[in-house]
Design a protein around this ligand. Structure first.
Ligand code: CO
Length: 458
């Protein structure tokens, strides 16, 4: 039988996609020992939006969450998603921060770091990849999958070769919007396997309904693994269901390495969690519906709902068709960036502004200006010359690596926090999300004092 690795995403992407990453540790603690017995290749459980959400909404120390998950996982590899030089935030951090963050992630229990850059500019993942390997982690480099006139097989294969030459241990085709069709997946996995030696993992979402078929074609083309979510938190904007994929693949002669009965036990432990989120209203069944619009407009489902919300807030929902027509034009003007965070938001806002002000680029967003100056990395294609001129004037855009211009951050942050930081991890939380981390430290201090004084009285 051919091996097929299964990565379970319920603790990261599935809950991020369905319930805005609001699952506290206490909701899944009881499932961890059962998950460890299931035989997954890995469990994606950290990174992405989980770090921000722990500090901002759940009053949890994200590092402590990682250590606690690790303590339950004796047999299973832990996996995280890292936005390259952006780490888990939305702007570029200095190299000293990136190296410390990566090292601490591994020291606290992480095994596999899946690392991507929104523009597929590999200079933005090289520091994280380098440190991951030095610290003994498994570095998985990503190709962000997107469709455009310039994103062809040649470009994707060239990205794959760059990922291999950076020294990555494996490659992931990351289809964040669920728009990769079965045939496109088959062709891309096949082409990469002909050109590079790295094992290839495929990540997609069930958003457009293509996901299950895409995974079967990934398997046929020789992919090493796929990402799935336990059935009660699968489908829609989440991943295809683990149990269903394993059922189908096993019949087709693949050894997924998992125990099907154990998958059932794991799912039964998440069912009440899902029901609680449904009752509280945080789990909106709308996210489970199949949205083929993404295939028509070539924009991710999440971005479409953002545009609708933006226009409703402006009392201009009647302009939606114009904004949907303007979005691909803005993307073209910017050299076809993949529509993933933060570019999806930047392109969407600019398209809306262009339509509502009745004149294209009458007002240009601050982030779009930084992008045109080269501060996010190299645009995949050429930026429209007139737009570039409007932003840059006679200046030249940056061609070097933006992080090379950033001064080290760690020492100043540690000095600022003083004794409020109890560890290097605290300082890194602060650098990543200053406001949220400081508020978290304050709450932690108060809880500690309250407990301590209670002891004194009692
Ligand atoms: Co995803």
């Amino acid at each position: 039988m051919k091996p097929m690795h299964i990565t379970e995403t319920v603790l990261r992407d599935a809950q991020q996609s369905l319930i805005a990453t609001r699952m506290p540790f206490s909701d899944f603690e009881a499932a961890l020992d059962e998950m460890d017995k299931a035989g997954y290749h890995s469990i994606e459980c950290w990174g992405g939006a989980t770090f921000d959400s722990c500090l901002r909404y759940l009053n949890e120390d994200p590092w402590e969450r990682l250590r606690k998950i690790r303590s339950h996982m004796k047999h299973t590899k832990l996996q995280m998603l890292l936005r390259g030089q952006n780490l888990l935030g939305y702007h570029h951090y200095a190299d000293d921060t990136v190296r410390r963050f990566v090292r601490k992630s591994i020291e606290n229990g992480m095994d596999i770091l899946r690392i991507f850059d929104a523009l597929n500019d590999m200079r933005n993942i090289e520091t994280a990849v380098d440190e991951c390997r030095k610290a003994g982690g498994h570095a998985q480099g990503c190709i962000c999958y997107t469709l455009s006139p310039i994103h062809d097989m040649e470009m994707f294969v060239s990205l794959g070769k760059q990922i291999e030459s950076l020294g990555c241990d494996s490659l992931c085709i990351k289809d964040m919007a669920g728009i990769m069709s079965p045939q496109e997946c088959f062709d891309l996995v096949s082409a990469l396997r002909e050109s590079i030696r790295l094992p290839i993992y495929v990540h997609t979402h069930a958003t457009t309904g293509l996901g299950y078929m895409t995974y079967l074609k990934a398997a046929e083309a020789g992919a090493a693994g796929i990402d799935c979510a336990t059935s009660c938190l699968s489908g829609g904007t989440s991943q295809p269901a683990t149990e269903a994929m394993v059922y189908a693949l096993t019949q087709m002669g693949y050894d997924c390495g998992v125990d099907a009965r154990q998958l059932g036990r794991v799912n039964s432990l998440f069912l009440p969690v899902k029901e609680r989120f449904a009752e509280s209203g945080l789990f909106d069944p709308y996210v489970l519906s199949t949205k083929t619009e993404a295939l028509v407009y070539q924009i991710p489902g999440g971005m479409l709902s953002n545009l609708v919300a933006q226009l409703k807030a402006q009392n201009a929902i009647d302009r939606l068709d114009e904004v949907l027509a303007e979005t691909p034009r803005v993307r073209k003007d910017l050299g076809y960036p993949p529509l993933v965070t933060p570019l999806s938001q930047m392109v969407g806002v600019q398209a809306t502004v262009n339509v509502l002000l009745g004149e294209r680029y009458k007002s240009i967003g601050k982030e779009i200006k930084s992008y045109i100056r080269g501060e996010y990395g190299k645009a995949p294609g050429a930026i429209d010359p007139a737009l570039a001129k409007a932003v840059l004037g006679d200046e030249q855009p940056m061609t070097g690596r933006f992080a090379d211009t950033l001064a080290p951050e760690y020492e100043a942050a540690a000095a600022h926090l003083g004794s409020r930081a109890r560890s290097e991890e605290d300082v890194l939380s602060y650098i990543a999300f200053p406001q949220q981390a400081e508020q978290f430290f304050d709450r932690r201090e108060k809880t500690f004092t309250a407990r301590y004084s209670f002891k004194e009285v009692g």
